[in-house]
Design a binder for this molecule. Sequence first.
Ligand code: BV8
Ligand code: ZN
Length: 248
Amino acid sequence: MGHKPTITDIKERITQARSVTVLTGAGISADSGVPTFRGADGLWKNFRPEELASPDAFERDPRLVWEWYDWRRELLSTKTPNAAHEALVELEKRIADFWLITQNVDGLHRTAGSTQVSEIHGNIWKVRCTNCGMVESNHDVPIDILPSCTSCQGLLRPHIVWFGESLAREDLDASFSALQNCELLLIIGTSGVVYPAASFAPIAKEHGAFVVELNLDPTPNSDLVDVSFQGRARDIVPLLVTSSGNRG
Ligand code: BV8
Ligand code: ZN
């Protein structure tokens, strides 16, 4: 096999592609100043996921869980999309059959303008009533702890998929369809340890996609993908999308 494909080779593939799927994780938001989960400054540093991001934790101590989410919402309220998020909005406009699957709950893809997107782990700016199931946006910073439902006074929870909870059927369907039908899958900024998202690369590969990974470090997916680039999303993703070479 010849040389390792270059960024330009991949940009060429993207330009020719009819269908492209992108999977993002916390790494794409790191360049917006959002702490990742498992990095040195990671969110999980002080807590263990089971302690906070689980239905049992919420059952046991809803106030503690809401204090953690309130802290994260406050942190996120000053963060804006970066060049990588913006490049993916551009890509959505260019590619006939484009889908973005994000594990991020920060909402930055939508803020940047992405519309063909599945937020498979939910959205930190949405709340869900534990009693009547109502889902609504809520941007209160700080949020009134414990928040109650505007229509039935039930206890509200973050509209987020916790460990041990299944993903929404419509998000799984949209994701599997995008993974099975794409010519190219671009995986950006995920450590590839959380399922089912961690199984998305092999699924796309099995269905004939060319799989590209972009991360700061190697991941469990690195041996499986067709090409892996090490670098910051903010620096590399724009090079894959915009015709930065020849100013139009
Ligand atoms: C389910 C919401 C079943 C919370 C999240 C054993 C084996 C296999 C699976 C399991 C198992 N034990 C348990 C499970 C299942 C479990 C799981 O996968 N556990 C893991 C930990 C082993 N999964 C679940 O529970 C899922 N549900 O399986 O349901 C079921 C089925 C039917 C019926 C009932 C139940 C639910 C998973 C969703 C959990 N919720 N988030 C919250 O956010 O508050 S997961 C959490 O991790 C976040 O959502 C985050 O998005 C996600 C993944 O993390 P990453 O995005 O990858 O972030 P991370 O920090 O890890 O990595 C960042 C990467 O970026 C790094 O690689 C870094 O190098 C890179 N990077 C950093 N800076 C940059 C960069 N890259 C580029 N540029 C940069 N500048
Ligand atoms: Zn309610």
